[in-house]
Ligand binder design. Structure first.
Ligand SMILES: [Zn+2]
Ligand SMILES: [Zn+2]
Length: 494
């Protein structure tokens, strides 16, 4: 496997992995019964349609979309720096560890599907019932929050911490989706907790579709919010309703739990931390400090643009895991997304402003990458245009070194292909969690490095479009700052 799956707690306990882990990407076949029944219910001429069964699949998709929106928003705002809480960066190991965030949604979808089938009162739910909503709220604020608090404290005991909970705490700087990154055993425990209000309302016949959907969405919302790494609860809300402070936590509140480990254990309602004296003293100051934080001004800006229409998915604001691997255009699942691709093209066409996609730090220099929402759809011109026929003319074992912006299409297995001009970045270059287009991990295009080296050296010359004033000087400075030349490929692809 080219990307090691950085895993698990220091001493993984039993039921650490998801049962479908061996299936890899084929895990989605487990959803086939659910989807089949969903389609079948549509075709049924039966009068007695179970709407609660019909909404299971769309609801699962909604949860995935909801989480994805949080990921994108958080990545965008933390790159800008507005209201950011923790200033450290995120690296590839975290993206790898958190890539299967939809496992938890799949797990719930399967359990709901079974619940709908086998639990008495679990099917043909009414659309709305007020009593069920009130019961859900009370049972959440009472037993769920209380039991979670103590379970969470138990999980911080070294026995359980080293076997389970340390997996979640591997992320000091959190992304919204860090919220669902737990060993399987912990997910079972959390599901049992959230089943308290759900099963109570189902068994008492007070449950409704709205109550259930709203409760799960509330859990997702609070979970994502608590891990989003930017403060968003306005202070006027707490001034207007002072007791709210005990009822809803803030992103900075839970962020402190990830930095300090021994404080702020509450699920979403901080009052248990107040009662048991585990409230972090700096909660309020961190909250106010984060709210005051303005957008960051970078020292260097790297301007980039979209390449192919599908390259929109490779932006780190989109699919984190996809962006963390070198971009390969037009894979089959990209074809499935063409309606979305078309919409995104329309959107970028209407929205014609550049936007921040990435923010990195190199010693005390802040570098931002901004994307211009314009495409450069090319037929893979290489240098001054290397045609397929020309490529075929080259003798066996030829090394193709592209010097333009696009890599050549790899047509021959008996030749070597170098990447577009790029270098390996030193470790001091922080917050790298995505690949720059087709380049491997932690490899940066020379255009981007050039801007950075200019800033580091304080050079004022404008070299764009001109020949570099002193190649020797630029090269020495680049190597001095720790950038390493890439190795020329020496093995033929079999
Ligand atoms: Zn914890
Ligand atoms: Zn957490």
């Amino acid at each position: 496997m080219p990307y090691s799956y950085l895993s698990m707690a220091s001493k993984p306990g039993i039921l650490t992995d998801w049962p479908w882990k061996p299936l890899g990407s084929f895990k989605y076949i487990l959803l086939v019964p659910l989807i089949t029944e969903h389609i079948y219910s549509f075709m049924e001429k039966d009068e007695d349609i179970d709407v609660s069964k019909l909404v299971l699949f769309p609801f699962m998709l909604w949860r995935m979309l909801h989480n994805q929106l949080w990921i994108s928003l958080s990545r965008y705002l933390t790159a800008k720096g507005t209201n950011k809480i923790v200033d450290k960066g995120i690296e590839f190991d975290q993206v790898d560890r958190e890539r299967d965030w939809d496992d938890q949604i799949m797990f719930n979808a399967i359990l709901f599907y079974w619940g709908n089938k086998y639990v008495p009162g679990g099917s043909h739910l009414p659309f709305w019932r007020l009593d069920g909503v009130i019961i859900t709220m009370l049972l959440h604020a009472g037993p769920v929050e209380f039991l979670y608090y103590w379970l969470h404290r138990a999980l911080h005991h070294h026995y359980l911490y080293s076997r389970y909970h340390s997996h979640h705490h591997s992320s000091i700087v959190t992304e919204p989706i860090t919220s669902v990154i737990h060993p399987f055993a912990e997910h079972i425990a959390y599901f049992l907790l959230f089943a308290i209000p759900i099963l109570t309302t189902v068994l008492t016949g007070t449950v409704s579709i709205v109550a259930l959907a709203a409760y799960i969405t509330y859990l997702d919302f609070m979970n994502n919010m608590g891990h989003c790494n930017f403060e968003l609860i306005p202070s006027w809300l707490f001034t207007l309703i002072p007791p709210l402070k005990y009822i809803i936590y803030t992103p900075s509140f839970h962020s402190l739990h990830h930095v300090q480990f021994r404080t702020n254990y509450s699920l979403f309602m901080p009052f248990y931390d107040y009662i048991y004296g585990t409230m972090d003293k700096s909660s309020d100051t961190l909250y106010e400090k984060s709210l005051r934080r303005k957008e960051e001004s970078p020292h260097v800006v790297h301007l980039t643009h979209l390449t192919t229409p599908e390259s929109i998915y490779h932006l780190r604001l989109g699919f984190a895991s996809f962006a963390s691997k070198p971009y390969t255009p037009s894979t089959w699942h990209m074809w499935l997304l063409w309606p979305v691709t078309l919409c995104s093209m329309m959107l970028t066409w209407i929205y014609c402003f550049t936007f921040v996609v990435e923010s990195n730090r190199f010693h005390n220099i802040r570098l931002q990458t901004w994307t211009i929402p314009k495409y450069n759809i090319q037929t893979w011109l290489v240098g001054d245009g290397l045609s397929e026929v020309e490529q075929k003319k080259a003798s066996k074992g030829t090394l193709f070194i592209p010097f333009s912006q696009f890599p050549p299409k790899k047509l021959r297995t008996d030749c070597f292909y170098h990447t577009t001009p790029a270098m390996q970045t030193p470790l001091a270059f922080e917050n790298v969690d995505s690949c720059e287009n087709w380049l491997p991990r932690r490899v940066m295009s020379v255009w981007r490095i050039a801007g950075l080296v200019h800033a580091l050296e304080g050079w004022e010359e404008h070299e764009c479009g001109y020949t570099t004033s002193n190649i020797e000087k630029v090269w020495e400075a680049t190597v001095k700052h720790g950038f390493q030349p890439l190795r020329v490929p020496t093995h033929l692809k079999s």
